[in-house]
Design a protein around this ligand. Sequence first.
Ligand code: C5P
Length: 224
Amino acid sequence: MNKNKIFVACDSNNIDKIKRIIRDSKSDKIFTGYKFGLEFINSKNGRKFISNLKNEIIFGDYKIHDIPNTCAATIKSVRDLKFNYITIHISSGLNALKAAKKFSGKTKLVGVTILTSLDNDALKEIGFNKDVKRLVLHQAKLARKANLDAIVCSAQEVKIVKKIFKKEIITPGIRFNSTANDQKRTLTPKQAYRNGADWLVIGRNITKGNVKKNIKKLIDHLNQ
Ligand code: C5P
């Protein structure tokens, strides 16, 4: 049977902590990749650390959101890190997505839909007049048009996204305890896989406290 796949969100600016997270999250029951976001990538030694990582699936969560020329240039400027996945906000626009895709090469370009920390009220506040589900579906169509390689959405939208986007679906906002923190659209790992997610992104539920125990908790939850 195929192993369940997760990206552990390596959200810290402390290299020793990140080394511990990587070491302690490995398990033969689950397939683990590592996601580096703005906090780590922009830390003093973060970039260098990533450039020395070998034999890992690595995800650069840059969440690029800019004009086409800058999106493309950013993709080029991190090419040396050989990320397996890099994120760009779909709301950068179709031209920006296409421009970035031209230079992403073997790196999978991942379109980020509406952040899992936003709900319908927050969307209204920003000035959008579609609800989350409609907007995510709309953005999935743009991702398909731009020939992106994967999509990030909440596990709550996977079923609708799957209808029109046939490549990989990656879902953050995963919780296997009751604390949502700043996330608004959450589901449990089991629910997310059941909905059809290919990869889950899990941060604090794994990285806070004892990482080995948290991984065991995740595996037990999936086996229940
Ligand atoms: O700690 P938690 O599991 O909430 O972390 C989720 C991770 O996924 C964070 O690194 C966050 O930046 C990222 N992410 C997200 N929602 C998105 C895209 C990425 O939470 N839509």
